[in-house]
Design a protein around this ligand. Sequence first.
Ligand code: HEM
Length: 128
Amino acid sequence: MKLAPLLGTVALVGVIVQVIMGLEITGAGVDSFIMPHVIIGILGLVIIIVLAVTAFRAKTATIYSKLIITILTILILLQVGLGFQLLQGADAMITSHEANGFLILILTLAMGTVTMASARKRPQPNTS
Ligand code: HEM
């Protein structure tokens, strides 16, 4: 299964880009970043759902990876919801959106670490 690590890497890069773009939109007022920020956010939600389905089907997935990916899916759903509220002018939500963004970044890193650790621990054929 080579799709999961690829999607996981794309997700991590995407989250880093999202946080930088978000800070630029709010901090420097770069409004042209809003549309790409929205599109990457929604694509990110799709990627995380695919990864979650993959994790729940994989026999090698540990309870930790399943737990992290479930929390991550909920947080990203929340983030997209918060994002749309921001677009409608709910500026009071900016802090929650920012904090949730950093939480998503940390959990995406944790997801990679846990997945790699469990992949390494998986028994290899022909070794004793
Ligand atoms: C994983 C997905 C996302 C991450 C990590 C993320 C992260 C961020 C961050 C860190 C900021 C800066 C907030 C601040 O400086 O206090 C921001 C701003 C913003 N985000 Fe997102 N975001 C994501 C998805 C979305 C989506 C899906 C939407 C829209 C549907 C959205 C709409 C916005 C808007 C409109 C702002 C600017 C708020 C303002 O200055 O008025 N974000 N985002």
